[in-house]
Design a protein around this ligand. Structure first.
Ligand code: 6R9
Length: 652
């Protein structure tokens, strides 16, 4: 890591304190209580988590031990049994919440559905029963490839109810990417829809699954929700319509209890080497993390209507659309489509129409709204909003200020929440009734989070010095391993500091300021963050070299106002192929086909050769400077051939 990346973070001095009004009604409104609980949570974690697990979760069988920590493996609430779906639904039945909306859904074409807790429970029970009839049960993997519609939530919860492990694959992924993920976890059942609406067009999901399952021998059943009515091919004996599968199925389901450590889901995310990593989360610890962070970070109240704009294909959708919110009995608002369909004020319209009180979105979306112009916002009242959240990448102070003024009308606290697929839940974030905020800082760690900024040896660095962000103690919602690759789990997260085999390395760079506030700089490994989506450079490179014209490829990030980072690839061609705009287009489409449109490079540059060290390693640092249009800085003495750099620069 270079120091440049660290010091480039702006020094922001504005401080925004929670208003007396917000503080007075907050779930946690006193700084001394936060300090006391935080200190207990890191100094006596077992005592703290024992109390929390009893307070927040419904157990079928009490656990014997809070934590069994054999780094890097943790077991939480050992011997305890519960059912995660029961914790999200059944616990609210027979209470005043029974007829409360669990879900309010708005489709892109404007169709609206409201589903109460009682109704959601009914749907999930029927589906759980269907799964059982299909022979899907404890430990079986189920792939979910769906639009943002209520059936996606039902599918996840029905898996949890029968102890099946879901893997939700974002609907924007290509058949190729879908196939790899299904094969990696050997899913038996795929749940999909005919299509989903996006920018007025149908995304043909079923057709993508059909292509993917040509190469997935493990899949024996496919359930298809009719959403758009586009034509699809149903294969006799394998494919069944969601509605038809329901006919005649009993609508009650006795849920079994599962071990606290029973796997709940696998979620694939990009790593610094080619293959996506199957992050494994288990039941009780994960749920506890989501439940508590939802309650405290979003200051959830009985009457809130909460809108998280993330797709359920990402961890944010898992933790903060489904598990964290439903376990709290909250009302979630779910939107299917694009934020600028039909016009760039769709979100603001929906906020007024449904009386949304909490909005959780990503900096890349906020920057897009800024670019579309204030007029689209000013047409709407937005007076139901009381809290705003941000997640996915560092939020630049300009975007923070715009969010604060234009959307929050200077009234709503902003929680800038830092966390990862691997952490399961929010790790560093303001508590809205307690923490004064500084635009661009995720502020302070949540309960139980022992975060430090350290040097390459794992030694804590002084304040205001850049370093690597680590978590030095286990926490309940941490990933347990990578599916089928425990060695990679150890290598990836617990081997950065040989002297500290119990330190979890986040892959992020950060600094702590004089008040102990964390400023996250972003990834320091070979992972890019494009519009809040993690993209492994190695994945893109291996997609490119699988094209017959490509000899070698290197992918790097370039700072981008809208997306945070843009994806720039340098490609050298095999003999006999010539650079052309058509080839660029073909390569973009090729990456789109291999991974999905989200990974299509923004810029493709042809190069006669790539800059390499004498030992043959591509020097991405140099390519990064070139991509950013900057002069190449730093040591270039290990370059094998400097003329390669000179010719790349002269092509600008
Ligand atoms: C939840 C999620 C994780 C990476 C993470 C970091 C970046 C997320 C952030 C943030 C600065 C924030 N990140 N939230 N950086 N401030 N508030 O996004 O998970 O998709 O796994 O990405 O995103 O670089 O390491 P995931």
């Amino acid at each position: 890591m270079t120091d440049q990346t660290i010091t480039s973070v702006s020094r922001e001095h504005r401080v925004f304190r929670p208003s007396a009004e917000f503080k007075a009604q907050a779930n946690l409104g006193s700084e001394s209580t936060y300090k006391r609980l935080y200190s207990e949570s890191v100094n006596s974690p077992e005592k703290f988590w024992d109390r929390m697990a009893k307070e927040h979760l419904v157990w079928r069988k009490p656990y014997k031990k809070v934590l069994n920590w054999k780094p890097p493996h943790a077991e939480w609430f050992v011997g305890g049994k519960l059912n995660v779906a029961e914790n999200c639904l059944d616990r609210h039945l027979g209470t005043a919440r029974e007829n409360k909306a669990a879900l309010i859904f708005e489709g892109e074409p404007g169709d609206v559905r409201t589903i109460t807790y009682k109704q959601l429970h009914f749907h999930v029970c029927r589906l759980a029963q269907i799964f059982q009839n299909m022979g899907i049960g404890k430990g079986d993997r189920v792939a979910i490839y769906m639009p943002m519609i209520p059936e996606a939530v039902m599918a996840m919860l029905a898996c949890a109810r029968v102890g099946a492990i879901h893997t939700v694959i974002f609907g924007g992924f290509s058949p190729e990417a879908l196939k790899d993920r299904i094969n990696d976890c050997q899913a038996k059942l795929v749940i999909t829809a005919d299509g989903g609406w996006r920018r007025g067009k149908v995304i043909e999901l079923k057709a993508n699954v059909d292509r993917a399952v040509e190469g997935t021998p493990s899949v024996h059943t496919m359930m298809v929700v009719k959403r758009c009515g586009n034509p699809v091919t149903m294969v006799e004996g394998r494919d069944v319509w969601w509605r038809e599968a329901w006919e005649g199925a009993p609508n009650y389901h006795e849920a079994k209890a599962f071990d606290a450590e029973h796997p709940l889901f696998i979620l694939y995310t990009s790593g610094s080497t080619g293959k996506p990593k199957g992050v494994l989360h288990t039941s009780a610890g994960y749920l506890l993390g989501c439940k508590m962070t939802s309650q405290y970070v979003f200051d959830l109240k009985e009457n809130d209507r909460y809108f998280c704009s993330a797709d359920i294909g990402w961890i944010t959708g898992h933790s903060y659309v489904v598990y964290g919110l439903l376990s709290n009995g909250a009302t979630i608002f779910m939107y299917e489509g694009a934020p600028n369909q039909p016009e760039p004020d769709r979100f603001w319209q929906m906020i007024d129409r449904h009386g949304i009180t909490i909005l959780y979105t990503a900096p890349t979306a906020i920057r897009a709204f800024m670019r579309w112009g204030d007029n689209f916002v000013l047409r709407h009242r937005l007076d139901s909003l009381r809290l705003l959240g941000s997640v996915g990448e560092p939020i630049n102070p300009e975007a923070w200020m715009w969010y604060h003024k234009m959307i929050g009308k200077k009234r709503c606290p902003i929680v800038d929440t830092w966390w990862q697929t691997e952490t399961g839940g929010i790790m560093i974030s303001p508590l809205p009734g307690v923490t004064p905020t500084k635009p661009g800082s995720a502020t302070k760690p949540f309960f139980g989070v022992a975060a430090k900024v350290v040097d390459d040896q794992g030694k804590e660095v002084p304040r205001n010095t850049g370093g690597k962000l680590v978590l030095t103690q286990p926490w309940p919602s941490m990933l347990r391993t990578l599916w089928g690759d425990d060695d990679r789990f150890k290598r990836q997260y617990f081997s950065e500091f040989p002297k500290h085999p119990d330190y979890y390395f986040t892959g992020d760079g950060a600094r702590q300021d004089e008040d102990g506030y964390f400023w996250i700089v972003g990834r320091i490994d070979d992972v890019l963050n494009v519009s809040g989506h993690r993209i492994g450079t190695a994945e893109v490179e291996s997609a490119l070299v699988s094209h017959p014209a490509v000899a070698e490829a290197a992918a790097v990030g370039r700072p981008d106002e809208l997306k945070g980072q843009a994806l720039v690839v340098f490609v050298s061609l095999k003999a006999g192929h010539t650079a052309s705009d058509e080839l660029k287009e073909a390569l973009r489409n090729h990456v789109g086909k291999e991974i999905g449109s989200l990974a299509k490079p923004d810029t493709i540059r042809f190069a006669a050769a790539l800059p390499k060290t004498r030992s043959g390693k591509i020097m991405r640092r140099i390519l990064k400077d070139i991509a950013a249009g900057a002069t190449v800085k730093g040591d270039t003495s290990t370059l094998e051939d400097f003329s390669v750099v000179a010719s790349l620069q002269s092509e600008e």
